[in-house]
Design a protein around this ligand. Structure first.
Ligand code: EPU
Length: 355
């Protein structure tokens, strides 16, 4: 095990924020985790698990021991009558996994193409796009409890998936009954491998405005999985900045949910508000629209900016030479939250983890 000191993290977070890990260990296997936990001084330190760094805002040097997950490998684990079960190491790049499954003839992940980040991070925030969420294709995952060194496996119910949410985003509460759902797993879990169940009876997930537009334009009414994959890549490239070119962490806020009564009240004042009725009776509002309506699109505070083509995305306007700071990102985020609250009475909740 190599213990590295003062490791620059600028290229390990997609915002491109400049910060250091005071201590960093690369985790290529379960044995590396065991080695960390057997070292008394490392074991005693708080730990921060770093995947692709695509959903974090670094507000300073990271003092916790950074465990950089580099567990690789992807394979067809088994096949049932109904599904292919694919297993991938937590350190694999998400988009490369999606591309590989399609090349191998296992469709099902195409709507999740081009999402930045790693396989291990995908269940943490239950990534989702164009009508598919990770939980729709999830089978189980392996992880290690960083407080005890114990490996464990969780199924979908135990991961307690929600909209951009899971048991891995919640801290544990003392005194609760055992069971992953009751015990939040934030700050104490390292996900090592994730398994996906891809049904052999593949059904395209269409019905999303951007995809319907592609179908009309190209006159294709029964697209293949590969066709959908290509459309999703095209749509994302137009709407969302490539973090290799313009630093960002994807959507910065979650789309808020309100009651039908609240929604009716807002519609009276703001008839054009973009909203979607959910199965449980609540109404989801487009945070991008709310931010756009407050006039934020294209605006900046310091080197933190609101992306010109999608107001839900905050970007690094200083590039790699004079990058945005985590403080600037959070100042801009707070200013946006305040103006959306003042105009609509809605509190926007940030999506990325602030470190
Ligand atoms: N809109 C505006 N102005 C804007 C941005 C959006 O008016 O500046 C309107 C759009 O016209 C549209 C609506 O808001 O009517 C929704 O926009 P869009 O379809 O682009 O999707 P979104 O709600 O902004 C969500 C996810 C994305 C995901 C897309 C596609 C969240 C927080 N974001 O964005 O996920 O790719 O849907 O499914 O749920 C991410 O999580 O990082 C992410 C990029």
């Amino acid at each position: 095990m190599l213990v590295e000191k003062n490791v620059p993290l600028q290229s390990s977070n997609t915002f491109g924020i400049m910060a250091k890990a005071l201590t960093l260990v690369r985790v290529g296997s379960e044995a590396d985790i065991a080695a960390v936990l057997q070292d008394a001084s490392l074991a005693a330190q708080p730990k921060f698990v770093l995947g692709g760094g695509s959903n974090i805002v670094l507000t300073g040097d990271v003092k916790a021991l950074v465990l950089k997950v580099e567990i690789m490998g992807k394979r067809l684990l088994r096949e049932t009558d109904k599904a292919w079960i694919i297993e991938a190491g937590a350190g694999e790049n998400w988009h490369e996994l999606v591309s590989w499954t399609l090349q191998m003839g296992y469709p099902g992940l195409e709507n999740l193409a081009l999402i930045p980040g790693t396989v291990g991070a995908s269940p943490v925030q239950n990534i989702g796009a164009y009508g598919v969420e990770l939980q729709d294709r999830f089978e189980s995952l392996d992880a290690v409890d960083l407080t005890t060194g114990q490996p464990f496996t969780l199924n979908a119910a135990q991961c307690a998936f929600g909209y951009r949410d899971s048991v891995f985003k919640h801290a544990s509460q003392a005194g609760e009954a055992a069971g992953a759902q009751a015990l939040g797993l934030a700050h104490r879990t390292l996900i090592t491998r994730v398994r996906f169940s891809l049904p052999k009876q593949w059904k395209p997930v269409l019905g999303y405005a951007d995809i319907e537009k592609k179908m009309l334009q190209s006159n294709v009414d029964k697209p293949s999985a590969l066709q959908i994959y290509e459309w999703i890549c095209e749509v994302r490239k137009v709407k969302l900045p490539d973090p290799q070119v313009v630093g960002n962490a994807g959507s910065f806020f979650k789309n808020p949910t309100v009651s039908p009564e609240q929604c009716a009240d807002i519609i009276q004042r703001e008839p054009k508000i973009v909203h979607y009725h959910l199965a449980d009776g609540s109404v989801k509002l487009a945070a991008g629209w709310l931010i756009d309506a407050c006039g934020w699109k294209g605006k900046s505070i310091g080197n933190a900016g609101v992306y010109e083509k999608q107001a839900l995305v905050l970007v690094n306007r200083g590039g790699t030479s004079n990058p945005v700071t985590g403080g600037e990102v959070m100042t801009l985020a707070k200013a946006i939250q305040t103006s959306v609250y003042e105009r609509f009475g809605i509190r926007l909740e940030p999506e990325p983890v602030v470190v």
